[in-house]
Design a protein around this ligand. Structure first.
Ligand SMILES: [Zn+2]
Length: 231
């Protein structure tokens, strides 16, 4: 049984710079036991002594804490060993350091999506969907990775944003039974001129309300990812 690899945040006690490594706390040195007990084969030195400051300080690092997967909301502090709910700025620091550590390719690192989403990004995604370059699941995952607390869109009008509304619609794509045939409605809404959110929004919702949802529920009742929302 292996010691799990975790995302560890380390800090240089000399210059204060931080880094994230994806590793086990102790180093695996091997074991001859074919049925090793948990932790067998792992030895020192601990992670913070194996890592060095990226600025070249000749001191061992200090462990700040770990998270089990990228995007986790709970962080385990190293000392004292307690779990804390992270603030948005702590999450942001993990995001940045995981990216700087070169782990953006890890399977669990989908929260690396840009924090800013523009209307143009959404238009490009909708067009890729229309052209069959993306399927519904992919569009949904794309929106899900971006519709996050604190999201930045480029078209706020007070508390309203066309980009935010369309992204929310796509974030709920299966529940909303969203199909490529609706794309022109979204694109039209995304062309709403600045200062006309209310009008654009009203027209968009009215157009969506004209869809025969009963027919659509019947049509999609056996089709993932919609099926479970069609009863
Ligand atoms: Zn340093």
């Amino acid at each position: 049984m292996a010691i799990p690899r975790l995302y560890w945040m380390l800090e240089c006690p000399w210059c204060g710079s931080r880094l994230v490594v994806y590793d086990t706390y102790l180093k695996f040195v091997g074991t001859s036991n074919p049925n090793p007990a948990p932790g067998d084969g792992y030895e020192g030195p601990p992670l913070q002594e194996r890592c060095t400051c990226t600025r070249g300080c000749a001191r061992s690092m200090k462990a700040i804490g770990w998270i089990s997967r990228a995007g986790a909301r709970t962080m385990w502090l190293h000392d004292p060993h307690v779990a804390i709910e992270m603030t948005e700025s702590q999450s942001e620091e993990w995001r940045r350091l995981i990216q700087e550590g070169g782990y953006a390719g890890n399977r669990d690192v989908n929260f690396m999506a840009p924090r800013a989403v523009s209307r143009a990004d959404i238009v490009a995604t909708l067009q890729a969907w229309r052209q069959g370059e993306l399927n519904a699941e992919q569009v949904w995952a794309w929106a899900e990775a971006r519709f996050l607390p604190g999201i930045h869109v480029d078209d706020w009008e007070g508390d309203s944003s066309v980009a935010r509304e369309v992204l929310l619609e796509l974030d709920n794509l299966p529940q909303n039974l969203g199909l490529p045939e609706d794309i022109p409605l979204h694109l039209e809404f995304l062309e709403t001129p600045a200062g006309h959110f209310e009008t654009g929004y009203r027209q968009w919702r009215a157009a969506l309300n004209r869809i025969d949802w009963k027919e659509r529920r019947l049509r999609l009742r056996n089709q993932p990812p919609y099926a479970r929302f069609c009863s």
